[in-house]
Design a protein around this ligand. Structure first.
Ligand SMILES: [Zn+2]
Length: 710
């Protein structure tokens, strides 16, 4: 779970797990796997960089992504249960298969099982028990629906919010999906002005669709999706036992309330600037903002320690929510809460719910054709809910100490490359350079897995109810974060589990974090030489380090405090360079459909990190070769120069077939550019690339107005 709002990740590999809403994604389905899929799972294959996949009939200077990837893309169509299929997808399956073996072994009814094995084993057994879940029908849901019916007045809503936030993953904070808690999000996070302390954060929320645009945009495609959402909400109410006419009216109420909340939300570009969300309020001010929520009762119920201030990310949202709470009847709010319960329970319920949830959130919104096999959904849910318990076993099996040693060497050499880059900058003054060096020196490198493992002994897991297990784990995580409020920040905390195929920079801890899950082929390949590794994982390392210096990260200092360490002139110089990037990436995205346009202001941080990251990795490779007495233009064993193999490996690690539906979703909600742009836009800005393949001015991979920040 991602807690720090500005935590900047690198990859979209786990698209299906991170991008359909928390509900649809990790668990979409109910039917058992088609045999073909199951067979693949038996022997999942890791993809290794292979320069023979280059299509030499194409011109590398016209479209390098196509030159490097088209053969792979043709040979690897998207499986029907996927929305995205990349060179990293084999790794995703490989990782999940290892986790599955651990879970299956732990689920054997063996009296010698350890407490940790009992938890992950019983979690697995309860999740995989489809027939038991189907037989239980509405039973797990009914007590929750009854609770809501029994609410007597609007005054009861506050405590019901607390209850709901304990029930479902993501119900208490935004996590990877913005604004998807019911009513609002609440958690602990480092204070913007003093990152050594944890403070309470109260965040806008309330939606079920991926973000506010889905409610507010008025183009035909957006209206069509909202109509389909309305039909989906209605069907779900029917499944929960409502008559058709009632369900139709209730769907209308849900959409009215969610649309009103969407209107009141700060948009995702504005939210990228930490100054816009760093609104400190006293408890008295919070009370005055939304008097209809009894904040004293709320804070007591979630056991939040008293605090001298609270961060309210979007005060306007809470003013609007107050108005809505006054204007709408208790019955309307009961309908909204019933929807929240039904919608958020769906992935853990019987086949009808799972199928209908899949149909809208995975098929319509993301483009999946069939549901993923249940085992994959259960593995990902277990990773989300008991990540450290599973992660320990993963690390033992898949992350040898030698990998950590080599990774650390690469990280250090890339940090050295940034040091040299900063020192050589013509546009930055010595005063700002000195501050930048302090920040760089302060970065803590975290590789593979946390220094200590989370203790799950307080989480009660049984074989009886999958839904209840998910709620137990959610409560544990919610309370764990709230308990941090008022305490010193725990710098050892990770917000990704060890098997995760991703990486992140945390600006408030000033750490770069590389889970063991991504330190595997094709990203990190112990069987390959430096050119291949720097092109793939090296670029990712550089990307994370640059996040500390992108348009958002540069606003935080070495200690993670929101503090301006730039001279006015240097900041101006930076903004000019940043604007070049955001203008470049404000572009048509035909992959997502006609007329769909990327907002370069939303993706500016990630694009800056991509562009800077590859430069740093390239310089680090150059230095590594020099140490061995080699040069970039020497030929490697396969006839390509090291310089060429670096860029080929870089492109190879991002080859991905992407369905138009998920492409549209990414462009609307995600701060990352699509893979094709992460190669072609970046390399067309880069003379080192153009030199590698002899590209000339006027060719597509040579951008006339090349951007360069780092
Ligand atoms: Zn990133």
């Amino acid at each position: 779970m991602s807690i720090s709002r500005f935590t900047a990740a690198v990859v979209l590999i786990l698209m299906s797990a991170t991008f359909s809403t928390p509900n649809a994604s990790a668990q979409s389905v109910s039917t058992s796997a088609p045999t073909g899929t199951a067979d693949v799972a038996k022997e999942p294959k890791l993809q290794h960089f292979d320069p023979d996949l280059v299509d030499k009939t194409l011109d590398p200077c016209n479209d390098f992504y196509k030159y490097s990837c088209s053969k792979w893309l043709t040979a690897n169509p998207i499986p029907p249960d996927q929305v995205y299929w990349s060179t990293g997808s084999g790794l995703e399956l490989w990782n999940e298969n290892l986790l599955r073996q651990t879970l299956e072994a732990a689920s054997k009814d063996d009296p010698a099982r350890s407490a940790v094995q009992q938890k992950i084993g019983d979690y697995w057994a309860a999740c995989m028990d489809e027939s038991g879940i189907d037989a239980a029908g509405l039973k797990p849901l009914q007590p929750e629906l009854d609770r809501i019916s029994a609410l007597k007045s609007k005054k009861d809503i506050t405590l019901e919010i607390v209850h709901l936030q304990h029930l479902f993953p993501g119900a208490w904070q935004q996590g990877d999906n913005e604004s998807n808690s019911p009513f609002f999000g609440f958690t602990g996070q480092p204070d913007y002005d003093d990152a050594s302390k944890v403070v309470a954060q109260i965040d806008q929320a309330g939606l079920s669709l991926p973000n506010r645009d889905y409610y507010l945009k008025t183009d035909d495609k957006s209206k069509e999706l909202l109509d389909k959402y309305r039909a989906h909400v209605q069907k779900m109410f029917v499944l929960a036992g409502e008559p058709e006419t009632q369900a139709a009216a209730d769907a209308g109420t849900v959409i009215t309330l969610e649309t009103a909340m969407a209107h009141a939300q700060m948009d995702n570009v504005k939210r990228r600037d930490p100054k816009n969300v760093n609104n400190k309020m006293t408890l008295a001010e919070v009370r005055a903002l939304t008097p209809s929520i009894n904040w004293d009762e709320y804070l007591k119920a979630v056991k939040a320690p008293a605090a001298d201030h609270y961060i309210v990310t979007a005060p306007d949202f809470f003013r609007a929510e107050e108005k809505l709470l006054i204007e709408h009847s208790l019955d309307d709010w009961k309908t909204y809460m019933r929807w929240q319960v039904i919608h958020r329970s769906a992935p853990y319920m019987n086949k009808e719910f799972v199928d209908e949830n899949f149909d809208f959130f995975a098929r319509t919104l993301a483009g999946a054709q069939t549901q993923q096999p249940r085992w994959r959904r259960c593995v990902r849910a277990a990773d989300r809910d008991l990540g450290d318990a599973l992660g320990q076993a993963y690390v033992d099996r898949a992350f040898p100490p030698a990998s950590k040693v080599r990774m650390l060497q690469m990280v250090h050499s890339i940090e050295t490359a940034l040091r040299a880059d900063i020192q050589g900058l013509s546009w930055m003054s010595p005063a700002t350079k000195e501050q930048a060096m302090v920040k760089l020196k302060g970065i803590e490198d975290k590789i593979g897995y946390p220094s200590h493992w989370r203790d799950y002994s307080a989480v009660r897991i049984t074989r009886d109810s999958y839904l209840n297990n998910v709620s137990q784990a959610t409560s544990f995580e919610f309370e764990r974060w709230v308990a941090k409020i008022g305490k010193p920040v725990d710098r050892t905390e990770w917000t990704m589990t060890p098997p995760t195929i991703n990486a992140y920079y945390d600006p408030q801890l000033n750490t770069i974090n590389f889970p063991a899950g991504i330190l595997q082929p094709p990203f990190f390949d112990p069987t390959k030489d430096d050119a291949v590794n720097y092109g793939a994982i090296g670029m990712i390392i550089g990307h994370e380090i640059i996040h500390g210096f992108d348009d958002q990260g540069r606003k935080f200092d070495a200690h993670g405090n929101l503090r301006d360490w730039w001279t006015a002139e240097d900041a101006k110089q930076y903004d000019e360079r940043g604007k070049c990037i955001s203008d470049e990436y404000t572009q048509e995205v035909p992959e997502a459909g006609p007329g769909v346009k990327q907002n370069g202001l939303l993706t500016q941080g990630e694009d800056t990190a991509d562009n800077g990251g590859i430069h740093l990795a390239f310089y680090a490779l150059e230095a590594a070769l020099k140490q061995e007495g080699k040069s970039l233009d020497d030929k490697g064993p396969d006839g390509w120069t090291y310089r060429q193999r670096f860029f080929l490996s870089n492109a190879y690690s991002w080859c991905a077939n992407v369905r138009p539906q998920i492409a549209r979703l990414i462009v609307t909600t995600d701060p990352h550019s699509l893979p094709v742009f992460r190669i072609d836009n970046v390399l067309s800005n880069m003379s080192e690339f153009q030199q590698a393949f002899g590209c000339k001015a006027g060719q597509k991979m040579v951008r006339a107005n090349a951007c360069r920040v780092w």
